[in-house]
Design a protein around this ligand. Structure first.
Ligand code: HEC
Ligand code: HEC
Length: 380
């Protein structure tokens, strides 16, 4: 592509004017942008010692029920810091009911989980370690275990000044560690910072489609490529809910535990998403727009892992999204009208797929920590 054309494509990214025919009037969205440094909350300042402690705890299965399932079990560095199956593995004896999300760049998000049910990393960590189909831990058991690990007693004392480790400080440490899991030097960051050689011609063409004909920018916008808003795209229900008893058990358990009406409990066949939190019918089947960064490593995609590669995702959008299999029509009514058939050619589909690859950059690898052992305490 000629330099002039590249410049125009770059400008299209800056102005981000959606030209999709489906929109009555052109709307301006926050443009894709290079990713800066993550925000640090005032009440959980960063320090090297805290981050190191958080890293060890992230790997430690003793923060969980039967000491088998650590954060890293479902957020594996060699699986995009997520879990490469449609539905995540669960606590032993269970399967999870949603796709595991990457923890890379989660530090920038204000709404965590597919339906945004946690507002900070500090609040997210305990719900993961204690959730019945994730860590299934009990606060007092986990806290007692930490007290019997001298390596931790010393580190918690050093970072927090407490005589014994407090479980809340474990979550703060994990959150601090997660704030170091940042990938912000992707080809897209470089390109948007002025290095026009960072994307190839196919990707530049894909970016123009992303900002224009494809309409992706309407939701995947800003530095993280998410508006952190909620939509129902009509993603098909998880296949395993039809075929696998273990997956059905978790599904039935979740809709019961999270609370739906009795009538819904009987007829629901799909994940109600945001509805769980608000109990508003108009929120049925809506999920948070996920960031697109690091997604080259996090297949399969969507809240239930319905799609196995970028091409499947783009073809889904090209068809205008999907139709949920509802029960009484409630979910179908909540499908976003931002998705319409796109009429992309095969070449254009390839271009969009190539551009999606530009959000990821190098894989983030770290040296796994050594876990400190238990020791019996002297009776005196
Ligand atoms: C048994 C598997 C499992 C374990 C163990 C687990 N997670 Fe997760 N994690 C998931 C799944 C599945 C999701 C998405 C769940 C949802 O949205 O309902 C998730 C979501 C997250 C998110 C949200 C990311 C985003 O984009 O919003 C963060 C952060 C996270 N986990 C961190 C942790 C931490 C920290 C621990 C350990 C304390 C942990 N997880 C333990 C499976 C697990
Ligand atoms: C109406 C808002 C909206 C538009 C427009 C949109 N998306 Fe999405 N995107 C979402 C939501 C919401 C999800 C998650 C849906 C779910 O899991 O049910 C998602 C998921 C994805 C995922 C999977 C990410 C992951 O971590 O699993 C990719 C890739 C993606 N979109 C790319 C695109 C592309 C490319 C376009 C343009 C062709 C586009 N999106 C248009 C809202 C949107």
């Amino acid at each position: 592509m000629k330099p002039m054309k590249r410049k125009l494509a770059l400008l299209a990214g800056v102005a981000a004017i959606a030209t999709s025919a489906s929109m009555a009037s052109a709307q301006v969205y926050p443009p894709l942008a290079p990713l800066g440094e993550p925000p640090i909350p005032l009440d959980n300042k960063m320090s090297d010692a805290k981050v190191e402690l958080g890293k060890i705890l992230f790997w430690d299965p003793r923060l969980g029920g039967d000491a088998s399932t650590a954060c890293v079990t479902c957020h594996a560095p060699d699986q995009g810091w997520a879990f490469s199956d449609a539905l995540s593995r669960g606590y032993p004896g269970t399967v999870h009911w949603r796709n595991s999300q990457s923890v890379i760049n989660s530090a920038y998000l204000g709404q965590l989980f597919w339906a945004g049910s946690a507002k900070s990393l500090e609040k997210q960590a305990p719900s993961a370690a204690k959730g019945a189909v994730a860590g299934n831990g009990e606060n007092d058991v986990m806290e007692t275990r930490l007290a019997f690990i001298p390596g931790y007693v010393e580190r918690f004392n050093d970072v927090y000044g407490t005589q014994w480790p407090l479980i809340g400080d474990a979550w703060n440490s994990i959150a601090a560690f997660e704030r170091t899991l940042i990938v912000n030097d992707t080809p897209l960051d470089k390109y948007l910072s002025g290095d026009t050689s960072a994307l190839n011609d196919e990707q530049v063409a894909g970016m123009a489609l992303f900002n224009g004909k494809g309409g992706c920018i309407a939701c995947h916008n800003g530095a993280q490529a998410t508006d952190e808003n909620y939509y129902n795209l009509g993603v098909p229900p998880a296949e395993r809910w039809e075929t696998d008893g273990l997956a059905q058990i978790t599904y039935r358990y979740e809709i019961f535990a999270k609370g739906v009406t009795q009538e819904m409990y009987r007829v629901l066949k799909d994940d109600p998403g945001l509805y769980f939190r608000t109990k508003e019918k108009e929120h049925m089947g809506k999920f948070r727009t996920p960031p697109l960064r690091y997604t080259a490593y996090t297949a399969p995609y969507m809240h239930n892992g319905s799609f196995w590669d970028f091409e499947e995702v783009v073809r889904f959008y090209n068809a205008g999204g999907g139709e949920n299999d509802f029960t009484d029509g409630t979910m179908a009514a909540t499908k976003t009208d931002l998705l319409k058939p796109l009429n992309l050619s095969d070449t254009e589909i390839d271009q969009l797929v190539a551009f999606l690859g530009a959000f990821s950059g190098e894989e983030l690898k770290v040296e796994p920590p050594v876990l400190p052992p238990y020791e019996a305490m002297a009776s005196e």
